[in-house]
Design a protein around this ligand. Structure first.
Ligand SMILES: O=C(C1CCC1)N1C[C@@H]2C[C@H]3C[C@@H](O)[C@@H](O)[C@]2(C1)O3
Length: 130
């Protein structure tokens, strides 16, 4: 009912705010758009579920996420994919993995500092009721 729509609207506002702040951070520029398949033809063979900030924003607007946990499952793919596709010891791979680790720690710190546990619990209850 209306209260549920109010909670989900607040969730979308929070998730958009977090995602937009991440996409403004210059360290995370490589994560803002899908990996270019023209540039990296084997990417889809290695990475089963690509993810990036622009896709997260589209998912938010399409009301795909009912809880922060569902959003985090997709957000985690961004750094997990980067670590998986760029495992080598060369400087480029190391640089990408450093940024992937910085992204992981940054997202977790934002959620810890800014997500009210009671709010996430209400979102979980909306999810269970559907
Ligand atoms: O994994 C990624 C992105 C970085 C975080 C996501 N890429 C795979 C390619 C390997 C490396 C160098 C370029 O070939 C560039 O195309 C990519 C993009 O970086």
């Amino acid at each position: 009912e209306q209260q549920e729509e109010d909670v989900l609207r607040e969730l979308r506002l929070f998730l958009r705010n977090v995602t937009e702040r991440l996409s403004l951070d210059r360290r995370f520029k490589a994560f803002t758009k899908p990996v270019d398949i023209e540039e990296v033809p084997d990417y889809m063979l290695v990475i089963r579920k690509p993810m990036d900030f622009s896709t997260l924003l589209t998912n938010i607007d399409e009301q795909k996420y009912v809880t922060v946990g569902e959003f985090m499952s997709d957000a985690e793919l961004i750094w997990q994919n980067a670590l998986e596709y760029n495992p080598d010891s060369d400087p480029m791979d190391r640089h990408i993995r450093h940024r992937a680790c910085a992204l992981k720690d940054t997202v977790r710190a934002i959620i810890r500092d800014e997500l009210d546990e009671d709010f996430e619990r209400v979102c979980e209850e909306v999810k269970e009721s559907r």
